[in-house]
Structures are given as structure tokens and as C-alpha cells.
Design a protein around this ligand. Structure first.
Ligand code: NIG
Ligand code: FE
Length: 413
């Protein structure tokens, strides 16, 4: 199957065969290499060739799409989500409007524990159906690769159920999916007074089964005051590494928790959230290869302060953006909206934001060799927008959908 897209206003985030861009850092983030008035040809599930319309000639294709001046970008790479969950938490949303904080709700047994109760009551097939529906929705909004976490089971069977649902999504959907094991998301009620016991359960019982069944790619921990501290995080990350699970952790969302430093120390693929980042965190990030991943959708929805994206980029570091799609702190997996928040609140330029959720998003899932740019031989995951005056129009036109069609593995969704 050969799919040709022609009359493209701008073909964005192109990479030449001679390049080997595996992430974008610092001032390089300001540039999205593009070709005006272009075409791209997909063959099978990969990108075959591309160029400017002058060079098109008479290429044969099974299907041709006239982009009519619309932009073409690589599909989004959303590297941090909790898309598998059983029920919304709109009641907590209203309680937060009335003045309760996210942490207060969690202390009262709501929050993650609320989601865990609902998830453990739901059977696997219903959980799968709901999750697949959510996945399809975000794919139609432009997402082609996505990371999904466990973390609402908080018991052996619940965590395995979530990871099996993620595996089934991997098998049955065209999206590229990575799974993270996040049993250390919160202490379940029955372990409130026996925190060591829960860590032991994760390390001795859950991890061997998760690894044995090949259910996870990464090890996640919510490293935060009132959740998992630095010593517990270290213990868990070391245990994960023994099974080959690279860390990819929640860090520095609500406090200067030491999460960034512990993540970098244990060679985490990424440290995510990062509302609380000062000089020490920047120095730590500069000493390693861990990707700083910002989740401004959660800061927006919780009404907490935003991540210092400028400080991180100006230090020469890369920045990745992800949605954090989950029922508590960010019930949206819409990347276009995430870009609007990143540009207006974090003062990222549209080009920086696009780099953050394409190539850097791919890097935060170890997919930079195959995803995140438009390069010959890479997976043909693309989106076509309506006709736009500039790349800035995507975040500018906030809340509106300008994605006309999405191509995954070389075929239109
Ligand atoms: O990334 N911060 C921890 N975990 C999620 C929220 C989970 C929830 O509230 O259900 C997050 O924001
Ligand atoms: Fe999260």
C-alpha cells in the first residue's frame, strides 16, 4: 500500500537520511526543520520519501490525499499517561473548586485510592473496552505513540489486570504503546500502617510476575512527600533494574522531593512533572541523560504553579511535554490543548513545544530511532491539519481541533 500526501503547506519536523537526531536540546528546540509546499509518500507502514512539490514527478500511489495547504507533522508521542482507569473523578473536581487540595483529598482516602477501589471492582474486559475507546479518541487527536501506566490496582491482581489491559491495547491497536509498572503510586489502605510491607509486596511478589509475563517496559514510582520518599524510591528502582525495567518516574510535582536527583542517579529514562525545579535539580539533570518531562496539563487542572520550562531550556537541556492523561489531575489526552498551555503558561515557543512532544516524546519512550520525525524508513505516523497560516496556529487556536486526518502505520485512521 502506497499513500501519497501532496500539496502540503509545510511538511514539519523533517530529518534527512544523513542526520541522526535522537533528541533536541536547549536553543536547538527553537527550530522545527520544515519543507514548504511539499509531498510525502508512505509505503507499507514506513515513510518512503518526501520532497518539495517541484520534485514530485509522476509517483504512483494506491491512495492520494490532497492536503490543500494543510500542514503535515509526525503524530504526537505522548510519553506519560494513565489512560487505563475505571471511572472519572468529577466529584473530587468539584471539591477542589470548593477549596480542598489534591493532597487533602488523597489524605481522606480519595484521589488515587478512589480510582483503585473502582478499578478493582471492574472486570478486565470492561476496563479494556473503556480504555480502547479513550485510546481511539486520543489517536484521532493526533497521538501515534503513547506510554500507559498501571498504578490504580495497588494489589497484585489489580496491577496485573491493568498491565494485561495495556498489553491487549498493544496487540489490538495501531498505536505504538509502552507500559510502565506503577504499583508505587500510593499506599493501599490496608498497608497504611505497614509501608515496608507494601514495598516488600511490590518487590518480592509483583515485580517477578510482571517481569515474568513481560508486562512492563519501565518502572515508575510517585516520589513525593506523603507518597514514596527517596529511600523507598531507591529501593524500588534498584529492584526494577534487576528485572531490566528502566526507571521513568513521577518527581517534584508538589515539593522539592529529591525525585529528580534520585531519578538521575538511577539512570531514569525520564523524570516527569517537575513543577518544583531549582538550581540543584538543573545541575543534577545536566550531569546525566535523563529526559526532563513536563506535564503542564496537570498543573493547569490542579491550579498549581507551572513548570519552569524556560529555565530548563535555557540551561541547554532538552524538554519533553506529555499529557499525564488521568482521571484525577488531567482528564485530557489532547496534545493540541497541551501545546496551548505550554505556550501560554510555560512560555515555550510553538516550535519548542512541537519538538517537546514529537522527537523528545519519542526519546522519552526509547522510540527516537523510529518515531518523532519525518525521516525515510521511520514509522509512517503522521497528522494532516486543515490549512493554517503557521505552526503557531495549532497552540494559538486553542480548544479547537485542526487535525483533519491521522495516518498510523501508513494508513489513515
Ligand atoms: O501524574 N501524581 C501522581 N499521579 C498522577 C495523578 C493520579 C491521580 O490523581 O489519579 C499524576 O498527576
Ligand atoms: Fe502521572
Amino acid at each position: 500500500m502506497r499513500l501519497l500526501i501532496k500539496n502540503i503547506g509545510q511538511l514539519c519536523q523533517v530529518e534527512q537520511a544523513s542526520e541522526n537526531r535522537l533528541k533536541v536540546s536547549g536553543s536547538d528546540m527553537a527550530v522545527v526543520p520544515s519543507i514548504a509546499n511539499a509531498w510525502v509518500l508512505c509505503e507499507g507502514d514506513v515513510i518512503h520519501s518526501f520532497g518539495s512539490m517541484d520534485s514530485l514527478g509522476d509517483i504512483s500511489a494506491d491512495e492520494t490525499i490532497d492536503a490543500a495547504g494543510g500542514y503535515v507533522l509526525p503524530a504526537w508521542c505522548d510519553s506519560h499517561t494513565h489512560l487505563v482507569f475505571a471511572a472519572p473523578r468529577d466529584g473530587e473536581f468539584v471539591n477542589r473548586i470548593k477549596g480542598l487540595s489534591y493532597e487533602e483529598i488523597a489524605r481522606q482516602g480519595g484521589g488515587i485510592l478512589n480510582s483503585a477501589r473502582k478499578l478493582n471492582e471492574m472486570d478486565e474486559s470492561e476496563l479494556y473496552d473503556q480504555s480502547l475507546e479513550r485510546l481511539h479518541k486520543v489517536m484521532h487527536q493526533g497521538t501515534g505513540a503513547i506510554e500507559i501506566k498501571s498504578g490504580y490496582g495497588l494489589c497484585e491482581e489489580g496491577e496485573l489486570k491493568m498491565l494485561r489491559v495495556i498489553r491487549k491495547l498493544k496487540e489490538n491497536s495501531r498505536a505504538t504503546i509502552k507500559a510502565s509498572f506503577l504499583a508505587a503510586h500510593a499506599y493501599p489502605v490496608e498497608y497504611k500502617e505497614n509501608k515496608e510491607g507494601y514495598i516488600k509486596l511490590i518487590i518480592e511478589k509483583m515485580l517477578p510476575r510482571v517481569a515474568g509475563e513481560g508486562l512492563a517496559d519501565y518502572m515508575d514510582v510517585f516520589c513525593e512527600q506523603g507518597f514514596f520518599g527517596v529511600p523507598e524510591t531507591e529501593q524500588l528502582l534498584e529492584a526494577g533494574w534487576k528485572y531490566g525495567l528502566k526507571p521513568k518516574i513521577h518527581a517534584n510535582q508538589l515539593h522539592y522531593s529529591g525525585g529528580v536527583q534520585v531519578g538521575v542517579k538511577h539512570n531514569a529514562l525520564s523524570v516527569d512533572h517537575l513543577e518544583c525545579v531549582g538550581e540543584e535539580e538543573i545541575a543534577s539533570l545536566k550531569s546525566g541523560n535523563t529526559m526532563p518531562t513536563l506535564l503542564p496539563g496537570a498543573a493547569f487542572f490542579l491550579g498549581i504553579h507551572y513548570q519552569p520550562a524556560r529555565k530548563i531550556i535555557d540551561a541547554g537541556l532538552p524538554v519533553c511535554l506529555a499529557t499525564d492523561y488521568n482521571p484525577g489531575s488531567c482528564p485530557s489526552g489532547n496534545v493540541s490543548l497541551l501545546l496551548s498551555i505550554a505556550c501560554t503558561q510555560l512560555k515555550m515557543t510553538p516550535e519548542e513545544a512541537v519538538n517537546a512532544v514529537t522527537l523528545n516524546g519519542a526519546a522519552a519512550m526509547e522510540l527516537a530511532h523510529t518515531h518523532g520525525t519525518i525521516k525515510v524508513g521511520k514509522v509512517a505516523n503522521l497528522m494532516i491539519t486543515s490549512k493554517m497560516p503557521s505552526l503557531a496556529y495549532i497552540p494559538y487556536d486553542y480548544g479547537n481541533n485542526n487535525i483533519r486526518s491521522v495516518v498510523i502505520n501508513g494508513r489513515v485512521l
